[in-house]
Design a protein around this ligand. Structure first.
Ligand code: ISE
Length: 339
């Protein structure tokens, strides 16, 4: 590690999230620079790399990681490519920030966890960025004070303007509800033990055949219930809201009250249109914290265990969606490295 200078980062994946992270590291976060951009599409890698001084473009993640000027890796390729990229980073013992999901299923997440245990130290942080959002952080801190008493229920709403054309019904769980799975585990400090998925008549605004919206119920080992309305073609905006109901009070975030206007007989505000806007501060703080801790030789934030637990819950959720009924989540015992 080049401890005196900036952290030199290889960004794997130059799509929407990858390009946004390259911009963030280049212009927002201090103490780091992007030295390599990798994408299977050589033209896309070249275009994104061209915007950064001294940055090289690659199509092979392993080749980029083997370069002498790489201290850390940010993985933002599609989920099915994560396992290979993270394992390649482990081979060079490089710290990794891996966008969610860690991997698309529990078996592959277990393999990542086993490889990290073989290294003997934590190396990977998973990009569950809501843990860095100012409102979520405030809610977590409030719950931690105990003022509201024990959390009994968590109500979540997660709405996207329009899902991408390749979105399938199960991706509403594995790609979108994955965030509420992590938020539930983190806010409540519980593991999720069972998942039930109910489907109302699909919206006419959703592509034919897509089960959108869905209503997901998560049971936890602390006796709480967390429900999630996931609606990825709501049409009007990007909304993520959460309300915790505790024994002595409730707390709610995500109402978007930052700016409220009163004009011409109406009051109101605006609604964000996508997550890079709504969670811009969270992404900035996530990457900033990762850079700072990595430069100090530390690994904090959600790790491989959280990535594995989320994958296992989502897998149970997809089964519940496809088969109906309540599906229990089967987690392995938590390894010592993550306790
Ligand atoms: C996307 O992958 C995200 O991570 C967004 O935060 C989420 O709102 C969206 O539904 C997902 O598809």
């Amino acid at each position: 590690m080049n401890r005196s200078g900036p952290l030199r980062i290889a960004v794997i994946g130059a799509g929407r999230m990858g390009a946004d992270h390259v911009r963030r590291i280049d212009r927002v976060v201090s103490g780091a620079r992007v030295t390599a951009v990798v994408d299977i599409d050589a033209g896309r890698a070249r275009t994104v790399a061209a915007g950064v001084d001294g940055c090289t473009a690659h199509t092979d993640p392993a080749a980029a990681m083997a370069a002498a000027d790489v201290d850390a890796v940010l993985v933002a390729s599609p989920g099915p490519a994560h396992e290979a990229a993270v394992l390649a980073a482990f081979e060079h013992d490089l710290p990794v920030l891996c966008e969610k999901p860690l991997t698309p299923d529990a078996a592959s997440a277990l393999r990542v966890m086993e490889a990290e245990q073989a290294l003997g130290h934590r190396r990977v942080q998973v990009g569950f960025m809501r843990r860095y959002d100012a409102e979520y952080v405030q809610l977590k801190a409030l719950l931690g004070t105990g003022r509201l008493g024990r959390p009994l229920m968590l109500h979540n709403r997660h709405r996207n303007v329009a899902g991408p054309s390749f979105f399938t019904s199960s991706m509403l769980i594995s790609d979108s509800v994955a965030h509420e799975v992590d938020a539930t585990r983190w806010l409540l400090g519980h593991e999720i033990t069972a998942v039930t998925v109910l489907r109302p008549t699909p919206s006419e605004g959703a592509p034919v055949g897509l089960a959108d919206p869905q209503f997901v119920v998560l049971e936890t080992d602390g006796g709480a219930l967390s429900d999630v309305e996931i609606f990825v073609n709501c049409g009007f905006g990007y909304q993520v809201q959460a309300e915790v109901v505790c024994e002595r009070g409730t707390a709610r975030i995500g109402d978007g009250h930052a700016l409220v206007t009163n004009v011409a007989g109406h009051w109101g505000g605006t609604i964000a249109q996508d997550w890079t806007d709504r969670f811009a501060q969270a992404y900035d703080d996530e990457v900033r914290t990762w850079v700072d801790t990595t430069r100090r030789g530390e690994v904090t934030g959600p790790g491989a265990w959280d990535g594995y637990a989320a994958a296992a819950v989502c897998e149970a959720g997809v089964r519940a969606l496809e088969e109906g009924g309540r599906v229990e989540v089967d987690l392995v015992e938590k390894p010592a490295l993550y306790r």
